[in-house]
Design a protein around this ligand. Structure first.
Ligand SMILES: Cc1cc2nc3c(=O)[nH]c(=O)nc-3n(C[C@H](O)[C@H](O)[C@H](O)COP(=O)(O)OP(=O)(O)OC[C@H]3O[C@@H](n4cnc5c(N)ncnc54)[C@H](O)[C@@H]3O)c2cc1C
Length: 429
């Protein structure tokens, strides 16, 4: 049996290792166009800030692939012939498979801005190792940068540039930072903090036109409000989409939507083909489509897809949403549904006076459904447990000390949270 994974990201590599755990004899190959070895994409910023060597981004020792007999094939898949069970690479090589996992992840969204096609250099994204190399090449000759896009990748690129002494104008289209994940109050805390770190943050502004200098390098950006920002580097961080372009014409019969359409056992529409990670699109029970484009989900999906490829029948049920990140110095943890909580849900929000720290708890029909936490580190497992047990807001507030990591700096003052909760309760009564 030859198992082939396309994509050596966390979904593809996790699947390969999981299959090896269960099948000592199978041949396992992983095709990757971006890098020879799996690396942690979420740590890209630490390499850019010189806090980690590129080699330290690799979670596994290089020799472990040989030890696990996982064959690494460097190259870009360009075609899939499901009748012949062949993957064709863009250099003409053909790889035969018995069972195939598509785990190509995401690519950055294309920016639609006028003038971009005339720019030959200075425009970067921040998703791949090649993007990192571009950023590292251009930063020493950059005094001013514009970064467009108010999400997680945008703020990471901004932080890296600030770290290297670059002046940054950060354009966020929405009226507060990252509204898909944060409410207005948390958006304001993060915005104030970003500004405090020396960034010129411009809300409700987006790129309208990009101009190049005589040397072809970006020289300025004009926004929808007519403001012109001179720059030698423009970061386009306006979201990602599943990396499925090569499949649109290269894989006859494969059902595609926003991503690769899969059933809840990760099966794609072609025989012996599965998909997992950022590129896999599930159907929600209400008929909507679901893409889970975060690290923990890609890892979990890689494990579950491997089990499905080995013949297990268990269906994938997306777990409760959890994510964590950092906005410069502000820790962020989210569990469950917050900005997309059901209509009629009630919220308790408290900002710790004088701190870039807050807590939001959302309750629906007497049970907590989600939390958003800024400015302190938390063990998300407790919130998952309380949500699964349908605990009340009062129960969660009374037990917050169990979930708070004991860190030297940045513990949230729980007395302040509890006092605020009690007075909010009294007001409600
Ligand atoms: C800067 C940055 C920061 C992030 N931070 C966080 C975070 O803090 N928390 C979080 O949860 N998530 C974060 N993410 C998202 C997270 O990294 C992704 O959800 C995760 O990497 C998805 O894993 P994957 O294996 O599906 O795809 P990927 O990691 O994208 O790996 C897919 C691999 O397949 C390769 N590939 C694609 N097409 C082909 C082809 N045709 N042939 C050969 N190879 C191909 C790609 O080049 C890539 O190497 C971040 C992402 C970025 C870019």
């Amino acid at each position: 049996m030859h198992y082939v994974m396309i994509g050596n990201g966390v979904a593809g590599i996790t699947a390969a290792l999981k299959i090896r755990e269960r099948d000592r004899h199978a041949r396992i190959s992983v095709i990757g166009g971006e890098s020879d070895y799996f690396f942690s994409r979420t740590a890209l910023m630490y390499a850019f800030m010189d806090r980690m060597n590129p080699r330290d981004l690799e979670p596994y020792e290089r020799k472990s692939y040989d030890a696990q007999r996982i064959e690494r094939i460097r190259g870009w898949a360009a075609g899939l012939d499901a009748n012949r069970k062949i993957v064709r690479l863009d250099d003409g090589r053909e790889i035969a498979y018995d069972r195939l996992l598509l785990a190509g992840g995401s690519v950055p969204n294309r920016a639609p801005w006028a003038g971009l096609d005339t720019v030959r250099d200075g425009v970067v994204q921040f998703v791949s190792l090649q993007n990192l190399a571009d950023c590292e090449r251009l930063t020493p000759s950059t005094r001013q940068a514009v970064v467009a896009g108010g999400g997680l990748i945008g703020v990471e690129l901004v932080e890296c540039l600030v770290h290297h002494g670059v002046e940054v104008d950060f354009l966020v289209r929405d009226s507060w930072y990252w509204p898909v994940a944060l409410n207005r109050e948390e958006g304001a805390i993060v915005s104030d903090h970003i500004r405090h770190c020396g960034v010129r943050l411009h809300l409700e502004q987006e790129v309208d036109r990009v101009t190049a200098g005589a040397d072809g390098r970006v020289s300025s950006v004009r926004t929808n409000k007519g403001v012109e920002f001179p720059c030698q580097l423009l970061g386009t961080c306006i979201g990602v989409r599943p990396a499925i372009d090569w499949l649109k014409s290269g894989a006859p019969g494969l059902a595609l939507g926003r991503g690769i359409k899969v059933a809840d056992d990760f099966r794609a529409s072609l025989p012996d083909v599965w998909a997992a990670g950022d590129c896999a699109e599930f159907t929600r029970p209400d008929g909507g489509s679901l893409l889970e484009q975060i690290w923990y989900s890609a890892k979990r999906q890689g494990e579950s897809a491997a089990r499905a490829m080995l013949g297990d029948t268990a269906a994938y049920r997306p777990p409760l949403f959890y994510n964590s990140a950092k906005f410069f110095e502000i820790e962020y943890t989210t569990v469950g549904e917050v900005t997309r909580a059901p209509a009629g849900a009630t919220t308790f929000f408290h900002r710790v006076p004088g701190k870039d720290a807050s807590i939001r708890i959302v309750e629906n029909e007497g049970a907590v459904v989600g939390v958003n936490l800024l400015g302190s580190r938390w063990n998300h497992k407790w919130f998952e447990k309380w949500i699964a047990e349908r605990r009340s807001m009062a129960h969660v507030v009374a037990n917050l000390h169990l979930a708070q990591f004991d860190v030297e700096f940045g513990r949230l003052a729980l007395e302040s949270v509890r006092a605020a909760f009690q007075s909010a309760e009294r007001r409600a009564a």
